[in-house]
Design a protein around this ligand. Structure first.
Ligand code: ADP
Ligand code: MG
Length: 319
């Protein structure tokens, strides 16, 4: 491979869908449907900071796009296209082939074609930047400011696994190969619920994706919506690998663990059966975990029925 252009041609130039001008010109072009707005978001991933240097490149390609598709889902937006910029210290063809396969695999499933980007040599370490673009009717977009007192609070998927896997890999929990094998896919190959999210547009009141931890992220909705929340720990959907375990790390992983890339959303109580039906049709697990209230603050009723104290080590960053 001789240069940057060969590299782009070999790994980042799959056919764009009909109606798209993809990789190869100065800009990409595609249409946004009438009545919709463009929703856009970007994320930077730095080796050593956001991913381990030895991470499986297929998983990294998947996750680089997944965390961005998660942001579109959090708005109720439908993916339209993405851009990928990579800065690499050297050209490792095996690494590039696996990375690009992981990236394209999700791009194709989520119908979010790669239409452009930039490729440069880095001085040290791999840097990856993905930008996604999607569309949503502005009056149906799921803003953080839309929650109202009386709303149910819901989450998609399950909680806690990604944080446990991260702590195991960092040596912050005692080695446990069985637990690592069960939780690692959640950390390395998150599957944001992009199809269900589009169905929630115009149905839910507020939403965001859980990236920093349920308590902290729900806190953003409460702040933007000027309200409070009551949560029930017993209602939280624990990842199967964490169910029935009494370990002290479980509650903090579930309440404060990041890297979840599932949705937390609020909706009025009269939408319960509609939401269940939509979730069923999208094959997306949903769980009702609490209630939005007028009184500010976030209260969690613990597994034993008593209020949980939310200022212990694991929940520090919340307060
Ligand atoms: P420019 O000179 O305008 O920066 P480049 O030579 O960097 O263009 O890129 C040539 C084409 O390849 C452009 O269409 C650009 O969007 C695309 N491209 C470059 N790097 C990537 C990448 N990592 N993934 C996808 N497309 C890329
Ligand atoms: Mg360029």
């Amino acid at each position: 491979m001789n240069n940057e252009f060969d590299l782009i041609a070999r790994y980042f130039t799959r056919q764009a869908p009909p109606g798209y001008l993809g990789v190869g010109d100065d800009c990409a072009m595609f249409q946004v449907e009438p009545g919709h707005h463009l929703a856009t978001s970007t994320d930077l991933l730095i080796e050593g900071r956001h991913f381990f240097p030895d991470v499986d490149p297929w998983s990294l390609g998947h996750k680089a796009l997944a965390v961005n598709i998660s942001d579109l889902a959090a708005m109720g937006a439908r993916p339209l296209a993405c851009l990928l910029s990579v800065s690499l210290p050297r050209v490792d063809e095996g690494w590039l082939a696996a990375f690009s396969d992981g990236f394209y695999s999700l791009a194709e499933r989520a119908q979010c074609p790669l239409v452009g980007g930039d490729t440069t040599r880095s001085i040290a370490g791999i840097v990856i930047n993905v930008t996604v673009m999607g569309q949503v009717r502005p009056e149906q977009a799921l803003l953080r400011s839309g929650a109202r007192a009386g709303d149910d609070i819901w989450v998609t998927g399950t909680l806690g696994a990604a944080d446990v896997a991260l702590r195991l890999l960092q040596g912050r929990l005692p080695p446990d190969d069985t637990l690592l094998a069960a939780t690692r896919p959640a950390l390395e190959r998150p599957e944001p619920p992009w199809q269900f999210a589009q169905m929630l547009a115009g149905v839910a009141h507020a939403a965001l994706d859980i990236s920093d931890g349920l308590l902290q992220d729900l806190g953003h909705i409460l702040q933007a919506s000027a309200c409070g929340a009551d949560l029930d720990y017993n209602a939280l959907p624990l990842h199967p690998a964490l169910q029935g375990r009494g370990d002290a790390f479980v509650p903090s992983a579930v309440l404060a663990g990041g890297d979840v890339y599932q949705l937390c959303f609020t909706a009025s109580q009269d939408r319960r059966s509609r939401i269940q039906a939509l979730a069923h049709s999208a094959a997306c697990p949903v769980t009702r975990i609490g209630r939005i209230v007028a009184e500010p603050g976030l209260r969690v009723q613990g597994a034993d029925g008593a209020p949980m104290v939310l200022d212990s080590a694991g929940f520090d960053h919340f307060s």
